[in-house]
Design a protein around this ligand. Sequence first.
Ligand code: NAD
Ligand code: MG
Length: 402
Amino acid sequence: MSTPIGVTVLGATGSIGLSTLDVIARNPDRYRAVALTANRDVDGLLQQCLAHRPRYAVMADSDAAEQLHRRLHDQAPDVQVLGGDAALLQVAGLANVEIVMAAIVGAAGLLPTLEAARCGKRVLLANKEALVMSGALFMQEVHDGGAVLLPVDSEHNAIFQCMPAGFVPGHGTPDGVESVMLTASGGPFRTTPLAALADITPEQACAHPNWSMGRKISVDSATMMNKGLELIEACWLFALPPELIQVVIHPQSVIHSMVQFRDGSVLAQLGNPDMRTPIAHALAWPQRIAAGVEPLNMLKIARLDFEAPDVQRFPCLQLAQQALQQGGTAAAVLNAANEVAVQAFLDGRLAYTGIPHVIEATLSRLDVHAADSLAVILEDDAAARSYAQELVGGTAHRRMSS
Ligand code: NAD
Ligand code: MG
């Protein structure tokens, strides 16, 4: 039997991280968690270290790393605890790691994800914000580093599964592909009266009808900024212009996206809404492994519905389209303003309906530059963050919660 493949899970304590470790635990002969990272969830990472015995445990927050070290020392002396941003980069590029799951939420994931690409890893991309921010530069790093970039976002993983055999992201658009249909659930407020949106609470926004996810992406799904970010993500992954990607609301979340071909064929990928399917697919590609996902029962589902997104209800989708059109660092500005606005909403400092206002105001206030270096992207990200922070009446801080 060959030795298991080493995996680094960036953002191990999050929703995607937990699902990834679940799939790894179901396939212990194939995969081994070599490094696990979190921001400051000491209890969560401690439990994972005891269960998975990684070589490294990294906490981005140095105080949290100290705590983890103290608590882990007696129980698992074989796990080396590291702290700080440099340690995140270190475990993204370890020599005995072949696969890096990029599952940190938000811009905080950009540098470690880029490092994994530079080091030529198989990069499993959940952290869409990293690609949205740095687009062309990210794809260039993947190319130069000889990395293999595989989408974990369910829609992009579905599109990837529908693409002709041999295609991998970063190599143009396969011949014969005409367009892509990106499906969206419509979130928890698809049919809520527009007048009621101003009073939406974080708990309501985080209660997604089909998917169980982290709080930031749950709010993004409710506003449909998630679909906006995914539209930008799809343009980069599949080298498609925005006009060839149609957003379709499909409330059942059974079809995860579709590809239309020149001959009139449409291929779709279906499955229960469980992220372990795209995670297992990307881990094992081109093979298939067990993921613990309940088989799809079409008779139980009975019907599949489709509708166009309502632009009045979902202004964030249009803002993302506008940023895409603008190009350059506009997508990084959009993403930064959204991160600040969503955090303010989750903290009870901003109304739900204030989210698109903050983003729109930030986009129209900031100058956009050619996104040709990491320095420019990070500078515009920081400028957008501080302007958006002023709008929501708080002080600038870079880190997302947990
Ligand atoms: P989550 O909030 O549940 O987990 C985020 C993880 O990132 C945690 O481990 C946290 O400790 C870590 N983290 C947060 N801030 C950090 C920082 N500043 N430095 C280092 N680590 C930090 O989020 P999630 O739902 O698992 O989503 C993760 C990513 O995957 C997001 O980009 C999201 O858009 C994407 N994604 C998630 C899903 C889903 O179903 N949850 C689906 C598709 C894509
Ligand atoms: Mg998605």
